[in-house]
Write a protein that binds this ligand. Structure first.
Ligand SMILES: [Zn+2]
Length: 683
């Protein structure tokens, strides 16, 4: 098991620096452009900004009447950016459309799950099937590529903005049926896959199939249909992205394209969407509170960065973040000193080659007029936030050596959209609180606390040949759905020496959300050497315990009643009618081990358990030191030099003992980057 630690090319050809900048809406300031735009360039340079994203939501300014383009203002701003050494991330404007289009072609407007049709306005309010919307986006994207394809400022194409939502119009219903016909071939196959004999849902004509509504659960009770609707919606975005990108790729094949994602946004399987992106980008808005909760906030940000990087296994763009308050949060708390720098360095630590904001200059109206910005309504560099941003600019300018470097992760944690959709629909166990997201994060946190780099991978990727070769440890919390090939790949991983960790609620359903027959965890039963006969859901105040290594750990919410079938029993339940039955097992198989944790536990158990796993497997830690609580270390490397980022997510000071009498002092929310030659890898 080994991996190549390499240095990727910079995202923008010829720009070997970390990019620093953000969304910029010069079209909102056209009336004062002679003063405002020039001042913006001065302020951008002063803040160490070398990139700005323009054209997002600018359709009304670019095409005020159907077919009449106004590119003059964009010509001017692109030239200004180039003169000031600023790389343009140029957007296609499809995130929102001009009024003439909605009025003349109502089919472009979206129909909601309750079948109500939206009025004009807002963003993300368009049908992805609509031939008119496709024709209009193709026309304007082509015009943009033709006009700016050779412009020296152009660095990256930013396609649309935060794709999301669903459309349930008649056009989309027809397209959904075509998708299903293509997938299943016959209604017989579809009925079997969806187990639709349940509640008389058997489909006898394709036209009977409708998308799951939001006002009536009728169709939602067919879980296979819900899953396919979510997969179809994902394919709609993939297809629409490819449609938008086609003229850009044809005219500017060397300019990378992206669309900005949103972490674990539930509506699109990002593993699928990322396959068609050249570079992955995402928008990160952590909710720092200046309390103990900041540790979990830090864990969650780290997880999202790792997930985003893992989508393509190479550096990504932090397309948006707030330099201060996030206006749409219920509490728009200001960033405390150090927080802005911390969250920016944290992104870089996990593989971001850019730190970008929403937004460069605060607008005067609209719902985001109080969102944090580099330049406030006051308008000058004399603000605390501006100085915070300039400090980030200064730090990033000193980190050219980090550009393109890789994250060497020996550990993979599985996060899986299909699995999440199935668990969200599931009626049983703790139906309102399956806790999938939180559970994945709990397991991830145990590695974060030890400064162990982690990739976050998809359940279906496990089955792809060679995908697991680079890892020594594979953790799949609550992998309720096992898609074809996954169990076989996990088994092969264990046999050749890998360590696999599974939990309760694993291996219950197949890719269509039909339960496995013949005992859970389904096709993983042999690999894990356990049979899960029943699962107990506990009320909020109920507690059981796992007794392991002479210590008793709380177990709560979900306790699975398992039989060891070849697995060695390491820990047992402490109470209730299943006291003494196995709660933690390990199956020795081939050269490897497969652990099974039968109940939900707290951080104390996961900490002790994963410290043992890390020690036993010798996986790489970013820093050979015991980190204090709330401090993590992450590493990026080019194979010769490691850049070790030490991040303190606590609102209090922290000290790391580096050994040999050396210590590292970290301010509240402080960070340090260390360089060292890469230790020889034993692989
Ligand atoms: Zn539609």
């Amino acid at each position: 098991m080994s991996r190549d630690i390499i240095r990727h090319a910079p995202i923008v050809k010829g720009v070997p620096h970390l990019l620093h900048g953000g969304d910029y809406n010069p079209d909102q300031w056209i009336r004062s452009k002679d003063t405002t735009w020039k001042e913006d360039m001065r302020l951008a340079r002063l803040a160490g900004i070398n990139t700005l994203s323009v054209g997002i939501f600018a359709w009304a300014a670019l095409e005020p009447e159907e077919g009449r383009y106004e590119f003059g203002w964009l010509d001017e701003i692109m030239d200004l950016m180039h003169e000031n050494g600023i790389t343009a991330v140029l957007a296609t404007p499809s995130g929102a459309r001009p009024g003439w289009m909605s009025q003349r072609y109502p089919e472009v407007l979206r129909v909601n799950g309750d079948r109500s049709k939206n009025l004009h306005g807002g963003r993300h309010n368009h049908c992805l099937t609509s031939p008119v919307y496709r024709e209009k986006t193709l026309a304007i994207n082509t015009a943009l590529a033709e006009r700016y394809g050779e412009h020296p400022a152009l660095g990256v194409w930013h396609i649309s903005n935060e794709y999301g939502g669903e459309c349930h119009c008649d056009l989309c219903q027809e397209r959904f049926r075509a998708y299903l016909q293509d997938k299943y071939g016959s209604l017989d196959e579809l009925n079997e896959a969806w187990w639709s004999a349940f509640w008389a849902k058997t489909y006898t004509d394709w036209s009977h199939i409708v998308s799951p509504g939001s006002h009536w659960r009728g169709e939602q009770d067919i879980h296979g249909l819900r899953l396919d609707w979510m997969r179809f919606t994902t394919e709609q975005f993939v297809d629409f992205y490819l449609h938008e990108a086609a003229p850009l790729k044809a005219i500017t094949p060397d300019i990378p394209c992206t669309t900005n994602l949103m972490g674990t946004y539930p509506g699109i399987d990002y593993y699928r969407l990322a396959q068609v992106l050249d570079v992955v980008s995402w928008d990160s808005y952590p909710q720092w509170s200046n309390t103990d909760r900041d540790v979990r906030t830090g864990v969650e940000s780290s997880f999202n960065h790792d997930l985003t990087r893992s989508l393509k296994g190479k550096p990504f763009m932090l397309m948006e973040s707030s330099p201060s308050a996030t206006n749409w949060r219920p509490v728009a708390k200001l960033h405390r000193p150090g927080v802005h720098l911390l969250q920016s360095m944290q992104a870089v630590a996990h593989g971001a080659d850019t730190v970008q904001y929403f937004q460069f200059r605060k607008g005067r109206g609209g719902s985001e007029k109080f969102h944090g910005a580099v330049v406030d309504h006051e308008g000058t560099e004399r603000t605390r936030v501006f100085r915070d941003v300039a400090e980030v600019g200064e730090r990033l300018a000193g980190l050219d050596a980090v550009v393109g470097t890789t994250t060497p992760a020996d550990v993979a944690v599985v996060y899986d959209w299909s699995n999440r959709w199935a668990l969200d629909d599931m009626k049983g166990m703790l139906q309102d609180k399956t806790g999938y997201q939180g559970t994945v994060l709990d397991h991830y946190q145990a590695f974060w606390e030890q400064g162990v780099p982690v990739d976050v991978i998809d359940g279906s990727l496990i089955a792809a040949p060679g995908e697991l070769d680079q890892y020594r440890v594979l953790v799949a919390p609550m992998l309720y759905m096992l898609r074809p090939g996954v169990a076989e790949a996990v088994n092969a991983f264990v046999e050749r020496g890998g360590t696999f960790v599974a939990t309760y609620a694993s291996g219950y359903v197949d890719e269509n959300d039909r339960t496995f027959l013949g005992g859970f965890p389904g096709p993983l039963r042999d690999t894990l050497g356990v049979w899960a006969e029943e699962i107990d859901a506990l009320y909020e105040d109920d507690r059981n315990a796992i007794v392991w290594n002479g210590k008793e750990y709380e177990a709560f919410e979900l306790c699975e009643l398992i039989h060891a079938e070849g697995a060695e029993v390491l820990g047992a339940y402490g109470t209730d009618f299943y006291a003494g039955r196995p709660a933690l097992t390990v199956n020795h198989r081939g050269e490897g081990k497969a652990y099974f944790i039968a109940a939900r536990t707290g951080a104390d158990f996961l900490d002790d358990f994963y410290r043992k796993v890390v020690a036993d497997t010798g996986v790489e830690r970013a820093l050979d030191a015991d980190l204090p609580a709330g401090v993590t270390a992450q590493v990026r490397s080019d194979g010769d030099t490691d850049h070790v980022f030490v991040l303190n997510c606590n609102p209090t000071e922290a000290r790391v003992d580096l050994g040999d009498g050396e210590t590292l002092e970290l301010a509240p929310h402080g960070n340090v980057v260390l360089q060292r030659p890469r230790p020889n890898s034993e692989a």
